[in-house]
Design a protein around this ligand. Sequence first.
Ligand SMILES: [Zn+2]
Ligand SMILES: [Zn+2]
Length: 150
Amino acid sequence: MGLGYSLVCKKCGYSRNLFAGCGMMYNRVLREETEEAKQGKHGQRLRELFEQYPNGCIDAMNNIYYCPDCRAVECECSLDFYRPKNADRDSEDDLFGPDMDELELVEAHTHICPRCGKPMREVMRLTDSEPVDCPECGETLESGHMLMWD
Ligand SMILES: [Zn+2]
Ligand SMILES: [Zn+2]
């Protein structure tokens, strides 16, 4: 289950739909992202982490990231790296099932802005408390109705 947001700029008409969370394909996405991370496709750092913690895992949840510098908004796979608290745990177990409690964060993945190359920050929820600005004109974006998807 995930959340869909529609962002609209009332000033210039910019609009964007974003989908956060995970859908029914989550397990497949997780497996693909894990394989890619092990092959170094998500950067050298993640590959090293998998070598260091062979039974570690990544969070393949889609999160929303915002660039405070150029106001770019992106929806990307989290790729934060976790390891089981119990080192005997088999990595084939359903990681990121109901047992987030059994995992501890090793390192949060740094998301780089595709427009300006600066680090982006994660936006937990697109609400009034965490407004994002229009990439085109800088006006605060209205966060439209949330759509549930799966
Ligand atoms: Zn605008
Ligand atoms: Zn940027």
